[in-house]
Design a protein around this ligand. Sequence first.
Ligand code: MN
Length: 328
Amino acid sequence: MKNDFNENLSILNKTIEKNRTFVILSHTKPDGDAVGSELALCKHLKGRKKKVECFSDDIPKIYSFLDGIRKIKPLDNLPGECDICIILDSSNLERCAVEKLPNYNILVNIDHHRDNTYFGDINIIDPSAASTANILFRFFKHIKTDLNKSIAESLYAAIITDTGRFSYANTDLETFLIVADLVKHGASPQKITDKIYKNYSLRNAFIYSKVLSSLRSYNEGELLTIELPFEVIKREGIQSHETEGFMDYIQGIEGHEIALFFKEFEKDVVRISLRSKGRIDVQEIASQHNGGGHKFAAGCTINNDFEQAKKIIINESLKKIRKSQDFS
Ligand SMILES: [Mn+2]
């Protein structure tokens, strides 16, 4: 596996050498890893005098400090053709949500998702990598290229977000060795943390206060719920990206098993985020409603009255909690 992986890195390098025009894409609703990885690879290719164009779905404002971000173009500007098309951080082509890729000679797939479908002509996949940026870093080391500050910052932004500020289970020794190197090359942990995590609007804090006041506890704190019903969303004009990160605080409350966030952006279309403290598989609940995700972080949508949808998921969660106690 390791040899194949390094061999693939060498193949990628030779492919880059031999070609001239590149298109880089990542998944819809891009996160820090998608944006940071695109930027790092784009800058690397430009340094090799290649013609590179980067494309993305709407990029969250918090990443606007990253060098070169304004050169990333919207998806509807995709060119008709290129030599090499590179897809980053995307387990399948559907997640890129482009109707038609440019005509390419070679499709490259670089990713760390477990469910990657190996859709490329060249596939550089490692599910054990904390982020796609980790894999790009390995590539840069493999070909012994020098990092500059701009590339270091892009990779750092990618890694800090995909590891939840170095706190998720994927945060491993490699990650710390990589970020040490990125800091050596000029990435500032304080600057990047401030830009990404300490940069929300006053409005966002007010929305958060409304969500937090909806906090309810069931079974003496074993199940926690927060919510944003349609009436509140409509009245305040709340956008879906404005509700990200609200679960973090709830998940920090001690003693609970499951936390739920109910959001109704459209009347009677209820989106549910499910989080488990680490004992109960909440993906099983989500998948019963055509949702998905991971064992401890999942999501689903129920087309039903808000209170009805809440009742369904709350009951299923309580059942799961009870069942887990029967066996322990
Ligand atoms: Mn990622």
